[in-house]
Write a protein of this length. Structure first.
Length: 365
């Protein structure tokens, strides 16, 4: 049978002042798929601690826990007894999700229980060689939640490519989804229109994967190229260092490469199975071409990019507005949806966390 759970050299140490209590001391075992396992031992042996670690309710001091071949990082914040649970679904290659979304979830954690799950190849989760089909990705999220949550329904908050994963989840398991909140998510229709990724694009992504795995990325990619500028100065210096470290670790992982390779096929599956008209939806649309972000940030960025060539700048702006208009047509067609426009970049949760949090609270309450 297939090995499904693997506990590798796990320890758990609790500190009470200067006293250390070793609740779990270098335990290793595996469980095959479908196997029934009973953990026995005297009182104080660490049975409950081991089960809490397996269930995601506690974390090990050291060692690794693999489920279905993957070590998936589950991060919980907020009001654990809340009646509403938000599950965040990150965009493509978002290695620094726990930190980059902190300003937004700082505003939501007093009202909601929030799960941030690094899917395979992102953040602190292990990479995988498995094809990243939409089925694989959704089941990965569901399995991680089953291990750490007793909730039956979730509010899926999805950024970028995560939007179509959220829709597939809601279409297949409507009883598990209370609502979908899109953070400038890209409609599946856009991926289908774009067509299969070009060979040149995949070749570049493959090269970046090699750079990432060998450490060469640190020499070739600058901080601003990887995580952008902190326009609002909302991250501490320590957070910026951690973000950069996480992005160097797995921005161009095997899993990310596979998601890029399969985005067209995954989008077609989402469109062919989409059944979400009855689910409440909030769409946060990032608009780079109007408002404070355009006036204070984007206009200057375009001016530098095109060396002050107004004709090229206007052409870029008009093209962006056309794409936004096309995107809105797909969004409005989803039905049962509230649309909120926010001035900001694609990673709008970094630029306007307060405005987004206010919209989310109003929508959910």
């Amino acid at each position: 049978m297939k090995e499904f759970v693997k506990v590798q050299d796990i320890t758990k140490t609790y500190k009470m002042g200067e006293v250390e209590i070793h609740a779990v001391d270098h335990i290793s075992f595996s469980i095959e798929q479908g196997e029934l396992v009973v953990i026995v031992g005297p009182s104080g042996a660490g049975k409950t601690t081991v089960l809490n670690i397996l269930g995601g309710m506690d974390t090990a001091t050291s060692g690794k826990l693999y489920v279905d071949g993957k070590d998936i990082n589950v991060y919980q914040i907020g009001k654990q007894d809340s009646q509403q649970t938000i599950v965040y679904i990150q965009g493509l290659g978002s290695g620094d999700t726990v930190i980059s979304t902190r300003p937004l979830f700082d505003k939501l954690k007093d009202d909601f229980h929030i799960y941030l799950i690094d899917r395979a190849g992102n953040g602190m989760s292990s990479d995988t060689k498995a094809d990243r089909t939409v089925e694989e990705i959704v089941e990965e999220y569901r399995l991680a939640l089953k291990q750490s949550s007793s909730n039956k329904k979730y509010i899926l908050m999805a950024h970028s490519i995560g939007g179509m994963y959220a829709e597939y989840w809601a279409s297949l398991y409507p009883d598990e989804v209370e609502a979908i909140i899109y953070l400038d998510a890209t409609p599946a229709e856009c991926y289908v229109e774009e067509g299969k990724p070009k060979v040149s694009t995949l070749a570049i992504a493959k090269a970046e994967n090699i750079f990432c795995s060998t450490g060469l990325q640190r020499l070739l990619v600058s901080k601003d190229m990887l995580i952008g500028k902190d326009e609002n100065d909302i991250y501490t210096d320590k957070e910026e260092e951690l973000r950069l470290s996480l992005m160097y670790r797995n921005t161009y992982s095997r899993a990310t490469y596979s998601e890029m390779k399969l985005y067209y096929d995954n989008a077609r599956k989402v469109l062919n199975s989409r059944e979400i008209k009855d689910i409440l939806k909030l769409y946060i649309v990032a608009n780079s071409y109007n408002g404070a972000y355009f006036d204070n940030v984007y206009k200057e960025r375009l001016n530098k990019e095109y060396d002050g060539d107004n004709e090229k700048i206007e052409e870029k702006i008009e093209k962006g507005k056309e794409l936004l208009t096309d995107k809105l047509e797909y969004i409005e067609a989803l039905g049962n949806i509230d649309i909120k426009y926010v001035s900001g970049p694609h990673t709008v949760y970094e630029y306007a966390p307060n405005e987004i949090a206010d919209a989310v609270i109003k929508f959910l309450k």
